[in-house]
Every structure is written in C-alpha cells, then in structure tokens.
Design a protein around this ligand. Structure first.
Ligand code: MOS
Length: 736
C-alpha cells in the first residue's frame, strides 16, 4: 500500500502534544543570557540623546547596546538588504534614524529575562521627532511607483479598456479597502545566538534556514559556512518568518558583545512592526460586461501602504490578471509611504486582498445584471491564462463550482437581498472563486539506509506546523519501499541539503521531487549491491526485475527470491548506505501557467438588531492536484478558511495617527477567530491530475485556503442585509 495520499497522523504530533518538540526559545544552552529590545516611541525622527548609565548599573545587566556603542557592520548593516524573502532592510543600531514607532533602538542583555526587561525600561532615549506620515488617505495623494509586481510589471494593459467600457451593457466602478494586519503566529519570533570562536549557531524560528544563514552571514560580513541555523519546529509562520528581521542579527551582535549565548524573544507588542505585516490597500475596481455577461472591460487599480525603508508591494491585482477571460484590461499598483515597519508576505500575499476586491466586484456585477454569481463566473471562465497566454497545467475551477455548490446547497438560495430572514436573523449565502499560484523551486535531499533496514531522509526545508515532516516521511517511505514508521525525516537545519523558503505554498512541490530523487539513488545502490553479490538470493537478476516492498527486495518474475534490506547491509560490513538527490522545474514552467483553484461558499447569520455577523458554515471545494496527506492537507485548507473568517469580520491593526502607533498590539484587542467563532467547515478536494507541475502532481495548499473567503462572506452579508460593505473588517457598526 502506498503511503502518500493516506491521512497519516502527524509524525511529530506526539512530540508536540507532550511538549518534547523543542521550539527556538526552548533549546537548553549553558550560560544563556537574556536580551530584551527597546523600541522607539516616535514614528519619525532621530535619537538625540541616549543615557544607558542607570540601566547598565542594574542587577544582572551584562550589556546595553545602542546606536552609540553597537558593533559597526559592513555597509551599515545593509549588505544583504533588498534580497527578499530573507534579505530585508534592517534596523541594527547603526545610526540614529527612527523610521517607525516600535522600531528596535536599543537592546539590554542580562542574566535573567526579568532583569533584562527591567533594565530595558530604564534606557533613556530622547528623540528629535519629525513630521510623520501616518495617514494612508493623505499618503496616497503622493503615490510612488513600484518598479515591479513580483516577477512582472507593476502595471499592465491588454486590449482596449475604453472600447471595452463603451461596448458594455452594465458596469460597476467601486473601491474596496483592506486594513493593516499582523501575522501573530502563536510562537513569537525567537532567536538564540551562540558563538564558538568565529562560528555562529542560531536557533531561530524561521521559514527559511538557508536564507537566514546567508543573510546573517552577509550582514555580519562573515562566510556563510561560519553560520548554522537550526529550526526543527516553527509555531506558525504565515510569511513573517520568511524574512530575517532585525532581532536575529541583533541577537548575534549581543551574544558577541556579551561573550555569552543570548536568547532574544519578541514579546507580543513587538510583533506589530519590526517583523512585517499585511499592508492596507485601497482597490478601485471597474467591471463591465455585455448583455451575455461576458466581461468587456476590467480595471483594477491598487494602492497599498509601504514603509520609508523598502518599496514592499502587496500585489493585489495579480489575481485579476489571470482569473477571468477579459479581453480588455488594465491593472496598476501604487504605493503610499507611511512611517510603519516594512510590510511583508502574509498568507496569500496579493491574492488574499486582491481576491476580496475582485470577487466582491463579480458579485456586485452579478446583481447589477441579475445573473447568478456562479453563472457569471462560468461565462467568464478562462480556458487558458489570459495574461500569460499559456495553457493551464490543470484547472478544476468549474468542477469546484459544481461540487461546492451542490454540497453547500446553493440551489436553495433566493438571490434577493434580505429574502431569507428567520425572525430577527438575516440569513445570507455568498460565494467566491479562490486561486493561488502553484510554485516550485530547486531543492536537494539526502537519504541513508541504516543497518537495521530503516531510513533517515533529510532536507534543509522547514515545517511551520504545516505537516512537512509527515508528508515527506510518506513520500520517502513510498520511494524506498518502507512503511512510514521505518522512515525518519529530518529538516530545519542549514547544514542539511539546501531547500527553498517555506513560503509561496511551494514546500511539497519543491522538496518531494528531491526526496524522491535521493531515495531513487539510494534504491539503485541497494539493488546493485544485491545483484552483484553471489550470496544474495537476487544475485545475477536484471535490475528492472527487482521490486521493493516493506523493507524487502524481491524479483517480480520469481517472488520467492527475496531478502530484507538489512541482510544486504549486513553482508556489506553493516555500514549505512548513503545517497543524495536534487530536483528542479524544467521547461514546463515556461510552457504552462500553474495555479490551484477553488470555490468557496459561506452562509452568514446577521442579527438584524445588533448587526453581529456569525458564520455557521463554509464549504470550500479545491483543485490542488494530488493531495499527499488528506489529514494535514485538509487542516491546511481549513486553517486558511478560518483566517479568511478573521480577515472578513475581525482583523485590523488600529493606529493612533498622532503617533503612528498600533494601539491594539496584543491578542486581547487584535481579534482573530477562536473556536466559538467558527462553525462547520466542509472541505472537498476534487480529483485532479496535473501531469506538468512536478513528478507527484501535487500543487501547494498552504495559501489558497484564505483566498476568496472574505469575499464570499462579504457577498453573503450583502445577500443577508442588502448592505454592501467594501471596507474590511465587516464589524457590526458598518451594518447598523
Ligand atoms: Mo507565505 S505568506 O509565502 O509564507
């Protein structure tokens, strides 16, 4: 029986629930000292004076680092900047500039965490404050052109927009807004830095051990092979841990200054600014269609906030470029500069915000034209990627609409707003399309067969809580003819064979083929050993006659000629057998456009008197190629949907515009869904074969789950109430 596809329990599950999985802040290091960051209290200006004398005299204090005394770094700490995902513009105490409130401006190292926290409050900083840009609506009046949107241009034009508008029978032209959001993984960013001579070991919570190693090495001006990053477990990443932020390098600087290993863990308020977030957007969306419902013109103008340190772009219009067959189309991206910490990748960056605007606009157009929202989407289904003019590697979108609608009971919906009232409860049903690119990068792996016949397979990838350990164990087990419990998979160490960032929903698609390649090479070595050995029952057979199962090699033509792997190794001196492999995408990447697709349906109950919105049920149907583990896969999709509920109804980082400061920088006031907020979530993965994406036919599932959800809920709220809320989150004040 093959293991891939089975709903195998997480192989790291017991370690997690028994507390034996070691997260970054939990590694036991002798002589560990504790660091606490001091954050800026102004949004723009200079540090005019520093007085750390009192803090330095406090009990247990080992060192206080400020811009006055911090080690000078090559290129003022910017040697690795401008190379995302890992390489960002950092704040490393190299000068007196403050670019945003909550920027690291000093750091205290002490014997205990409490002593460091206490002393951090006694580092006195005086500021020369300058006028700060804190108001998006003012900043957007002076927009900045980003140079590009991901790998493509910031702006696109196809066909003739004006002609398309002139030919339309109906159109809508409206603006949607999404707020600033912050990732808030349960595990905060955490780093332990240990110097042994010139060698630095970092226990760092990261989505990218290799990028982390290279970025820290470059920033400090040391060779990459002098740095090792270890990260066996991550308590959630969602994009914020894809980059190496200031605190990682600061921990290394502090450890060197202190002459001791140093642990630096961000507290919850420090998660709002220095480690990225989703920028706010204003998206103007024009959709025009002919009498038949076919789109004649689409215009999507995106304005997104960024910092003064980087031109980070939320690529919200990319989804519009590829989603529907629209012959005349214009998309633009502009930036509005604010004194905030630089935004970053946040689960489905671009698609999460962009699909809210596009899929709400499709719903508005459907009402305008009195056509069913699914029908409108079907009429505009793109047979091939209309922007790249390439065929899809696979596309199950129409099947997702059909299966999703059926499971959800879409046919029961009376399309008239406020038509499905039940007493004081307004009931609404809404839907939206979902999509996310199917990415893949080069990856390497190694595989060892141990004398007892079990295997260890390794790759320098990461498990963010997503299931990488489990799925890679399954892939390796199948490739080695072993049961999954005979395979141990190791990851999360920059000294392992190199793998890409666990971002862009690409880990399975990238790492699985490398694991397969390493296992195939190992299998070949094992078979050669057996066939060449007169003592083996398989001696002299043809290699293509050899099969493997449950730790045995046997001949297909004569199944009683068989022996266990361990016997082969025992004859070979009892040594382990080693092999390595690598894999990367070929020309298929140029020939096909690769995306996951889905359709999401939401039912909402709105209290007619109080405006409170509940979401009793959501159905999501997805085409994601081959699902390698039904359990972890469904969990991934479900997690995305839950986040979509939060995005729709709760999440926003609120700023005090006088100070440019996040005022709800904690989990009590930054609202995310809890169990009581989530109703039934019905997920179906439709059968889909993708022969092009990678040898396993598996597309990514980490991010598509959030896409379309906010739109489906907003559309359901309109259906329930007749109120079109275009400004997230849909809080009750907007419905009263
Ligand atoms: Mo994902 S936002 O690319 O970690």
């Amino acid at each position: 029986m093959t293991s891939t596809g089975q709903p195998l329990n997480r192989v790291d599950g017991v370690r997690k629930v028994t507390g034996t999985a070691t997260f970054s802040a939990e590694h036991k290091i002798p002589r560990l000292a504790h660091a606490v960051l001091v954050m800026s209290t102004i949004a723009n200006g200079r540090i005019s004076a520093v007085d750390s004398a009192q803090a330095e005299r406090m009990p247990g204090v080992i060192a206080v680092l400020t811009h006055k005394n911090a080690p000078r770094l090559p290129s003022a700490g910017k040697a690795a900047a401008g190379q995302p995902p890992a390489g960002r513009v950092l704040n490393l105490l190299q000068d007196d500039r403050v670019h945003y409130s909550n920027q690291p401006v000093a750091l205290v190292v002490a014997e205990t965490l409490e002593q460091a926290a206490d002393a951090a409050r006694h580092v006195r900083l005086n500021y020369q404050a300058e006028q700060a840009s804190t108001d998006f609506d003012k900043a957007k009046l002076q927009p900045v052109d980003p140079k590009k949107a991901k790998d493509g241009p910031a702006d696109t034009n196809r066909g003739n927009l004006d002609a398309g508008i002139a030919a339309a029978a109906a159109q809508i032209d409206v603006a949607y807004r999404t707020p600033m959001e912050h990732h808030n993984p349960m595990e905060p960013h955490a780093t332990i830095a240990v110097w042994e001579g010139e060698h630095l070991t970092l226990y760092d919570s990261t989505q990218y051990v290799t990028g982390d190693r290279n970025t820290v090495a470059k920033t400090l001006g040391i060779a990459p092979d002098k740095v090792r990053v270890i990260c066996p477990y991550v308590g959630g990443g969602f994009g914020c841990k894809g980059s190496t932020w200031s605190h990682v390098v600061l921990a290394a600087m502090a450890a060197r200054r202190a002459g001791r290993p140093v642990k630096l863990v961000l507290d919850r308020p420090q998660m709002f600014g220095p480690v990225g977030g989703r920028p706010n957007t204003e998206q103007r969306m024009l959709l025009a269609a002919g009498k038949d419902g076919a789109l004649t013109a689409v215009r999507h103008n995106v304005l997104a906030s960024t910092s003064f340190q980087e031109d980070w772009l939320e690529t919200a219009a990319l989804v519009t470029r590829m989603m529907y067959e629209a012959p005349n189309q214009q998309t633009t991206h502009r930036l509005a500069r604010l004194n905030i910490g630089t935004p970053t990748f946040m689960r489905a960056p671009g698609e999460a915000t962009g699909s809210f605007a596009l899929e709400c606009a499709m719903d508005e157009l459907a009402y305008e034209m009195k056509v069913d929202p699914i029908e409108l989407r079907l009429r505009n289904y793109a047979q091939r990627d209309p922007e790249k003019d390439k065929p899809w590697s696979s596309n199950a979108l129409r099947e997702c609409y059909r299966v999703g609608a059926e499971r959800f009971g879409w046919a029961r919906r009376d399309p008239r707003p406020m038509s499905m009232r039940d007493g004081s409860t307004l009931i609404g049903m809404g839907m939206a399309s979902a999509t996310y690119p199917a990415n893949r990068s080069a990856a390497k792996a190694s595989a060892s067969l141990l004398p007892d016949g079990s295997a260890v397979v390794r790759s320098g990838t990461q498990d963010l809580g997503t299931g990488t350990y489990t799925v890679m164990t399954q892939v390796a087990a199948d490739a080695l003819g072993l049961a999954p419990d005979k395979v141990r998979f190791e990851l999360g160490d920059s000294s392992l064979p190199q793998a890409p960032v666990s971002g862009g929903s690409q880990s399975v698609a990238s790492v699985s083929p490398a694991v397969q390649a390493a296992c195939a090479a190992l299998r070949e070595k094992l078979v050669s050993l057996a066939l060449a050995d007169q003592r083996s029952p398989l001696a002299g057979a043809r290699p293509d006659d050899v099969a493997m199962e449950e730790g045995w090699l046997f001949l297909r033509s004569s199944t009683d000629r068989r022996e266990p792997y361990a016997a082969i190794l025992a004859r070979n001196g009892g040594r382990a057998l080693e092999a390595s492999g690598e894999a990367k995408a070929g020309s298929e990447k140029e020939e096909y456009s690769m995306h996951s697709f889905g359709a999401v349906f939401a039912e909402v109950h709105v209290d007619a008197d109080l405006g409170e919105v509940r979401v009793p049920r959501i159905t999501g149907a997805y085409g994601v190629g081959q699902l390698l583990n039904a359990k972890t896969g469904h969990s991934q999709l479900m997690g995305g949907i839950v986040w979509g509920v939060g995005m729709a109804l709760m999440e926003a980082t609120e700023y005090d515009l006088r100070y440019g400061r996040a005022v709800n920088a904690n989990l009590a006031e930054y609202h995310v869904p809890v169990n009581a907020d989530i109703g039934a979530i019905d997920i179906v993965v439709v059968p889909e074969k993708d022969a092009h994406i990678n040898p396993l036919g598996a597309k990514g599932i980490g991010e598509i789950g959030i896409t379309g959800v906010a739109a489906a809920i907003a559309n359901a709220v309109y259906h329930a109430t007749g109120k079109r809320v275009r400004d997230l989150p849909i809080t009750l004040d907007k419905l009263l």
